[in-house]
Structures are given as structure tokens and as C-alpha cells.
Design a protein around this ligand. Structure first.
Ligand code: NAD
Ligand code: ZN
Length: 354
């Protein structure tokens, strides 16, 4: 069957085992659309499932298609779908709630415990040629938004959700720990939401250079400072302690820095996911009323993010440093694993080759 042979998919089988396979082309259900995939970005978590076969309680127990930062074109529409047509270009929102529970009713559907999420076990992702998704979670793209920009809406959404929860507003002074793709997107969003000054830290000068180019006011390379020393360096640069810290590394030292550095009454948003158990200066946080907020993915961000990118005033394009075809996706994963560049993008559409 020609069609069945042509759904090339990148499948993780377990720790250290990943390969390209042909899967059958799925049929959309009544509320679904079939998408001819175009661009898929690689996320650190995709690489982590390949390297370790698990992230916390999410354990790979059967082969899973990778990928969740994605865009493509609708090529078949389920019978009940009214807002999309064949030929529409869409950005895929990978988290789809399975039930209308209280989290959904209150708008925080990212917290629904039974949510479907592309490339989080056991749910398949969309790093393949053809993929079926719930139509309500496929967001139509305006003409000016490219497929690569559309794939970047997913990590951009993490930045929007983090800045919203942290309460970034006009005049905020913000510390961001970590200048990986997520820290950089938090930087873009924080500046856009009116932050007066954003200071960003990283271990690597290349990443800080990228941050500078993307609008960071101050960059600081982390070396061997203690968290308290780092907090002093930050407040020295900002002429005071930041109102908000967005932690985007998951490193214990940075979580500690985040608490020490944030002004009394300020907010720490924990985006980075590292060790499940860490030591933090909790009395320091409590006695200064520093609010510590968790961040889990996002909700209600796609329409906003698409409008922002379409307006041309929020530029995410410079994040993409490497591009590979779907056939070369193992090399793409290796590139991300080695820490080269910032965002590695995979082109799935063989009719629009690189
Ligand atoms: P990344 O690994 O590319 O970036 C992390 C950056 O932190 C790197 O550039 C690294 O050099 C830097 N870093 C590490 N230790 C540091 C230190 N001590 N001081 C300063 N910088 C340091 O990862 P990413 O894709 O940008 O994601 C960032 C984090 O966000 C990861 O932990 C990821 O798991 C997490 N994440 C969370 C969510 C969520 O829903 N909460 C969503 C996406 C990603
Ligand atoms: Zn991700």
C-alpha cells in the first residue's frame, strides 16, 4: 500500500533507541483533521525521552512517535469540523483535554490529569509525514505566518504562560535564569509585556550573545558563584532586586538564586524541570513573602501567540539555528543533544524540501 508506506515517523522505543519507521496514514475521526506535517521543532524533552526513556512519572512503556512543536496543512476534514478546510495551514496545540473536568471549566485545561499530550507517553507526537489531531486544537494561520514560526508557537506559549503567571507588567524588572530556547522566549515575551529591564544568565557566552541580540538588557555568565553571590550580582546590575524571576534551567543552584535574588513581595516562576527533589531557602522565601509559582506548559495561548507573530512585532525566527529533513532527523536529535545552536527544526514535507 503506497500511502501506508509513506508515513515516515520518528519513533522512540526506549532509552537510547530511536528510529525512523513507516506507519500507516491515519483517518480523521468526526472532530479531527488529517494534517500533512510541515515543520517540527525539537524540544529538550523529546531528546530526554530518547536518552532516558522517561521524565519523572512519564515512562515510555511502548513505542511513541516523537515531536510536539508543530505545524502543517489540513488535507482531510472530519464530518463534524466546521472551522477548518482542506488547504488551511495550521499550528498544532499538542495538549488536548480528554474530558470536560473542572480544570477545563475554569480555563486551566493544562492541569487536566487525563490530558492527551503529543510525545508524552503514552501519546504519540507529530514528527511524521501525516498526523491526525483534534480540529479544535489546530489553529489556522494567517498568510504572513510561516510554518517554522507556527511550530515555534509551542515554546513561545511556555514563555507567555510563564510571564502571565509571574505577573510581568509595565516597568517590571525581571531576572531570567537560563538562555536556552525557553529562557529566550520568556525574554521576548517579558520585553513585549513591558518589562523595563531583563537580566538573563547562562553558563555559555554563545547563548548570552543570542540573548543580547534578542533584546536582553543585561547578560551575566554564571561561573562558580554561590546563589547568594549571584543574587548580589543581579541586584547590582539592576540597581535593586528584580520584581520577578523566571527560572528556566531546572538547576538547584538557579532555583536557590531565584529565591535569594527576588525582591520581598515578588514572584518566582519555576519553568525549569530538573531534579524532582531540591533544597531551597524556604524560610528566606516565606519571611519575605516571595511567591513561588509552578508553570506547567500553557493554556489559552495559541490565538494570542499567533496574533503577536502575525503582527510582525514579536520576532521568533532568529531562534532557528539548524534545519534537517525528516529523513535526517536522527542527526537533528544528535545536534540538539550535543547542545549545538538554539532551536533545531525538522522539515517533514518532502514537497517543500530544504
Ligand atoms: P536548555 O537546556 O536548552 O536551556 C537551559 C539553559 O540553562 C542552558 O542554556 C544552560 O546552559 C543554562 N544553565 C544551566 N545551568 C545553569 C546555571 N547554573 N546558571 C545559568 N544558566 C544555567 O532547555 P530549554 O529547552 O530552554 O528548557 C529550559 C527548561 O524548561 C528545561 O528544564 C525544560 O525541561 C523546562 N521546560 C519546562 C516546561 C514547563 O511546562 N514547565 C516546558 C518546557 C520546558
Ligand atoms: Zn516541549
Amino acid at each position: 500500500m503506497a500511502a501506508a508506506e509513506d508515513n515516515l515517523s520518528l519513533v522512540v522505543h526506549g532509552a537510547g533507541v530511536i528510529r525512523l519507521e513507516n506507519r500507516s496514514v491515519p483517518e480523521p475521526g468526526r472532530n479531527e483533521v488529517l494534517i500533512k506535517m510541515h515543520s517540527v521543532g525539537i524540544c529538550g524533552s523529546d531528546v530526554h525521552f530518547w536518552q532516558h526513556g522517561r521524565i519523572g512519572d512519564f515512562v515510555l512503556r511502548k513505542p511513541m512517535v516523537s515531536g510536539h512543536e508543530a505545524s502543517g496543512a489540513v488535507i482531510k476534514v472530519g464530518s463534524d469540523v466546521t472551522h477548518l478546510r482542506t488547504g488551511d495551514r495550521v499550528a498544532i496545540e499538542p495538549g488536548v483535554p480528554r474530558e470536560n473536568d473542572n480544570f477545563c471549566k475554569t480555563g486551566r485545561y493544562n492541569l487536566s490529569p487525563t490530558i492527551f499530550f503529543c510525545s508524552t507517553p503514552p501519546d504519540d507526537g507529530c514528527l511524521c509525514r501525516y498526523y491526525v489531531h483534534k480540529a479544535n486544537f489546530c489553529h489556522k494561520l494567517p498568510e504572513g505566518v510561516s510554518y517554522e514560526e507556527a511550530a515555534l508557537i509551542e515554546p513561545l506559549s511556555v514563555g507567555i504562560h510563564a510571564c502571565r503567571r509571574a505577573g510581568v507588567t509595565l516597568g517590571s524588572n525581571v531576572l531570567i535564569c537560563g538562555a536556552g530556547p525557553i529562557g529566550l522566549l520568556c525574554l521576548l515575551v517579558a520585553k513585549f509585556m513591558g518589562a523595563a529591564q531583563v537580566l538573563i544568565t547562562d553558563l555559555y557566552p554563545e547563548r548570552l550573545l543570542a540573548a543580547k541580540e534578542m533584546g536582553a538588557d543585561i547578560t551575566v555568565q554564571a561561573k562558580r558563584e554561590t546563589p547568594q553571590e549571584m543574587a548580589d550580582i543581579v541586584s547590582g546590575h539592576l540597581s535593586g532586586m528584580p520584581d520577578i524571576t523566571i527560572e528556566c534551567t531546572g538547576a538547584e543552584a538557579c532555583i536557590q538564586t531565584a529565591i535569594y535574588a527576588t525582591r520581598s513581595g515578588g514572584t518566582v516562576a519555576l519553568v525549569g524541570l530538573g531534579s524532582p527533589m531540591v533544597n531551597i531557602p524556604i524560610v528566606n522565601a516565606s519571611s519575605r513573602e516571595v511567591d513561588i509559582k509552578g508553570i506547567f506548559r500553557y493554556c489559552n495561548t495559541w490565538p494570542v501567540a499567533i496574533s503577536l507573530v502575525a503582527s510582525g512585532r514579536l520576532n521568533v525566527r532568529s531562534l532557528v539555528t539548524h534545519r534537517f529533513s525528516l529523513e535526517d532527523s536522527l542527526q537533528a536529535f544528535e545536534t540538539t543533544h550535543q547542545g549545538h545552536g538554539i532551536k533545531v527544526m525538522i522539515r517533514c514535507d518532502k514537497d517543500d524540501p530544504l
